[in-house]
Every structure is written in C-alpha cells, then in structure tokens.
Design a protein around this ligand. Structure first.
Ligand code: BES
Ligand code: MN
Ligand code: ZN
Length: 489
C-alpha cells in the first residue's frame, strides 16, 4: 500500500473518507450542497460517529460521475481512534474496486502523531499475503493500492517516514515469516528471508550452525532439533545505534518453525497452526528491522532460536536428560514442552556472550496462556517491576497489549526433577507460570528479564482494525515502542 501526504484533495477517481467525531454535526458542513443528503444517508444507516462505525454514501465526483464516500466514526475528537479511522477505511475498501482512498483530515484535530498513525493503520490493514492463492476471483483481488492523506498537520509526514514506515516494514517481515508454511520457512530459510529483508539496514547478522552450538554445549536447544531433517540455527542480529559500549537491550525469540510435539506428538486436529510456533522469533526479527530502519539511538541485540520439533528415530524421548549450555541438566518429561528448552540455551548464550543485563523474550510458549488470556492480551512475566511496567506501558501505547502474570518460589518448586536439576514440565495447572519459572532458572543474578507468552496473539482467526485474518505481527510495535520509550529516552 502506497501512502502519500498531500495538502489538497486530489482530483480523479477515488473513494473519499471523512472522519466523524461522534454526534457532532459540524463535519457535515463541508459537504456543502450535499450536506442534507449525506446526513440523511448517515441517519438511514444509524451512524452517529461512534468509533469504528462506518456509513457509506455517494456524492457527485468532479467528472460528473459518482464518488463513494465513507464516513468513519472516531467517537470523539483527538488521536484516540486514529488507527480505527485508517484501518476501518482500508478494511472496507481493499477489495472494493477502488484503487485510491483519500482520507481527509482537514479540521479533524489530529496531532502529527495521530495523523501518522492513521497512515500506519491504513498500511497495516492493507497488508496481505496472497502468494499461494492463484485462483482468486476478480472480486476477491486487492484493488486498493494507495492511501492519500489530506489536511494532516505538516509534521505528520515526517513522523510517518521517520518512524512508522519502518515499523510497518518490520511488521510486514514478521507477518510474512509467520504466514509462510513450514515447508517454506524452516530454520535455514528463516535466516535467509531475514538476511534479504535486512540488506542495507545496517543490522549486523551472525548465525551459529549446529557444530557451533555443539561446541557451546547447547544440549537443550539441540535436543529439540534431533528428530528434524532441518538444521537448527541461532540467528543473531545486532543494532548499534547507541553509545559505544553501552550494554545492549536484548530480545530473544522462540523460533520453532514447526511444532509437532515430537515423540509426545500433538493431536492431528489443528496441528497445522503450529507453523506459527516461530511467532516470537518472527517478532524479534521484525522489531530489529524496524529499529534499524528508523535508526534508533540504542544498542539492541535480537536472538532467534530456530529449530523444528519432529518425531523420528533420532528424536529425543520423554525421560531423556540433556545438559544445557548453562550446565544445568534437564529431564525432558514431555518433548512438546520444547520452546523452553530452546530459550534456556538462548538466554545463557545472550548473557555469556553479550553480557546482556536487560532481556525480553517472546514465545508462543503455552496453550495454557491462551486459556488464561484468550486472544486479547499477551502475558508478561518479569523478575523486575520497572521492566514489567515499561512493557505494560509500551503495550498500551502500541496496541500490542500485555497483562502481567505472577512468578514465585512455590511455582518454581513444581519443576524440580528427581533425576536432573530441572524437569521441563510441571503439573497442568498454572502451565504458563511453570514454563516461565523454567526460563527464569536460566537468568543470572542481577539480570532484568521479562518473558512474554504470546501464544494467543500472534495469529488471529478474525480480522481487526490493523490486520487481516492470520498473522498479526504482534510484538514488533511493542518492542519498537519499548526501545523508543526506554533505551532511547
Ligand atoms: N507451541 C506450543 C504452545 C502452543 C499451544 C501455542 C497452542 C499456541 C497454541 C508449545 O510448544 C507446547 O506444546 N506447549 C505445551 C506444554 C505442555 C506439554 C506442558 C502445551 O501448552 O500444551
Ligand atoms: Mn510444543
Ligand atoms: Zn511449541
């Protein structure tokens, strides 16, 4: 989707979108001679400017033909529903036959950031991945190619180009990685996809292959990968935009490119959704791209633990004991609790190699998280209240909402093993919390760490303001906002 900011409404064929802030009628005055007809159309559709509401009308176009007019409700004046405006407009028009949407913000009171968010939401809602849909009927095909924003405050365009366009590119990368099936995106091709998206971004990329990880003693991560024909990879992306030598903020993502459960195999129904078990790694890659593209003034490292979890004659078995890079031994009770095995070694690697003292991991870690919070919030577990609060604030500001979950000694005891230092599962109850406790065993004294269980939010069965059905891109806007509000502040 092309985004343009212009001063005046263009001529030529387009749909016109006008924001309406609640039941205030003054916005209708701009329709001049057509005011009564437009107001009448709004009334017939019981539209009263409520946030996210839409009414359609047709007005005369300059060439004498008809022009589609969308009235989009923003509830009240101000930025609060900026994203609803852009996203709703594009959602309605994307396959409508219109090629250009003109959103007229004149007199609507959006700040520069609000107007830039109208652009961001428009572009996010316009993202699609139709690569494998070769038989789409004409009416199902995307027609909208351009959103033109008129009458925004002058600083809005710079805010868009300097910040949100980068965020959009990051979200797009994440969504692409998450959407691709597991025969296309596996550890090595995940790395390749990132490399090509990151060319010229200034990100420094390093990749550890299996022999390198063996050398480091990453027995937990490598154990998960034993049953797969695909080679595991540890992808490291570095952005040095801050003061030289300043300790890096570190993001770590679970990148299980397909999770069959391994020998503790999952039921067939719904297993296809486990192609998105790399959603945490996808978010880390997308966030790194976003912060690099907007040249964030911060030092940030992104690490993706990439493996495929398959059953096979070579796969690890329930009851196996593996030795992690930290030296801690793990009894693998259930091979389907694989994400924590991958992350444990990635956590140790980050702390030992980069001296990371501030770590946020993202993982589609537990089904129990989806039971707890559904699809609205990701769960945040943290050993530090300041970091937890920064994340909650970044979540609220970015729209990638988080809800805090507990950690504690009593939960930790539930993963003691009779044969090794830890077992990889606790009881069914509190399954997301014991998974987080497992990760915490790999966090060194004095390190601030938060774990985001994003199992319920990286994929959506229904469209929303900012996404189509499918990959949401959750985490990119959140991490980008966290960097802006903390590391760059
Ligand atoms: N990737 C899954 C978690 C998951 C399940 C994410 C459903 C999204 C939807 C994870 O690897 C897993 O299988 N977890 C198990 C843990 C259990 C064996 C302790 C789970 O949640 O059932
Ligand atoms: Mn699993
Ligand atoms: Zn998994």
């Amino acid at each position: 989707m092309q985004i343009r900011f212009v001063a005046n409404r263009p001529s030529g064929s387009h749909a016109l979108i006008v924001p309406i802030a609640g039941s205030d009628r003054s916005a209708y005055e701009a329709f001049g001679g057509e005011q009564a007809a437009v107001l009448g159309a709004a009334r017939l559709q019981r539209f009263d400017g409520e946030a996210g509401g839409v009414a359609e009308a047709y007005v005369a176009a300059d060439n004498g033909g008809a022009r589609r007019l969308l009235l989009v409700g923003t509830g009240s004046p101000g930025d609060e529903n900026a994203e609803k405006l852009g996203g709703t407009a594009v959602g309605r028009l994307i396959t409508s036959g219109e090629t250009t949407a003109v959103i007229d913000l004149s007199g609507s009171g959006f700040s520069p950031d609000g107007a830039a968010k109208v652009a961001l939401a428009s572009a996010l809602r316009g993202w699609r991945y139709d690569r494998y849909r070769t038989k789409l009927k004409d009416k199902q095909k995307v027609t909208l190619t351009e959103v033109v924003i008129v009458g925004a405050p002058p600083e809005a365009e710079a805010r868009w180009t300097e910040r949100y366009q980068a965020v959009l590119d990051g979200v797009a990368l994440t969504r692409e990685l998450v959407t691709e099936p597991a025969n296309i995106i596996y550890p090595e091709s995940f790395v390749e996809r990132c490399r090509s998206a990151m060319v010229g971004s200034g990100l420094e990329i390093e990749v550890l292959d299996r022999p390198a990880m063996e050398q480091l003693g990453m027995g937990a991560l490598l154990g998960v990968s034993l049953g797969s024909a695909r080679e595991p990879q540890l992808l490291i992306m570095k952005w040095n935009g801050g003061a030289a030598g300043a300790a890096p903020l570190t993001f770590i993502g679970k990148g299980v490119t397909f999770d069959t459960g391994g020998i503790s195999i999952k039921p067939a129904a719904g297993m296809e959704s486990m192609k998105w078990d790399m959603g945490g790694a996808g978010a880390v890659a997308g966030a790194m791209l976003a912060i690099a593209k907007r040249k964030a003034k911060a030092n940030v490292i992104g690490i993706c633990g990439l493996v495929e979890n398959m059953p096979d004659g070579k796969a690890q078995r329930p009851g196996d004991v593996v030795t992690s890079m930290s030296g801690q031994t793990i009894e693998v009770i259930n091979t389907d609790a694989e994400g924590r095995l991958v992350l444990g070694d990635a956590l140790t690697y980050a702390q030992r190699t980069y001296g990371s003292k501030l770590i946020v991991d993202l993982a589609t870690l537990t089904g129990a998280m989806v039971i707890s919070l559904g699809h609205e919030y990701g769960g945040v577990f943290a050993n530090d209240d300041g970091l937890a609060n920064d994340l909650l604030a970044a979540g609220a500001a970015s729209g990638d909402k988080l809800w805090r979950m507990p950690l504690g000694e009593a939960y930790d005891r539930l993963i003691d093993s009779p044969i090794a230092d830890i077992k990889n599962v606790g009881p069914r109850e509190g399954g997301s919390i014991t998974a987080a406790q497992f990760l915490q065993r790999f966090v060194d004294e004095g390190v601030k760490w938060a774990h985001l269980d994003v199992a319920g939010v990286v994929w959506s069965d229904k469209p929303s303001t900012t996404h189509e059905k499918g990959a949401t891109g959750f985490g990119v806007r959140l991490l980008d906002q966290l960097v802006e509000a903390t590391a760059e502040a």
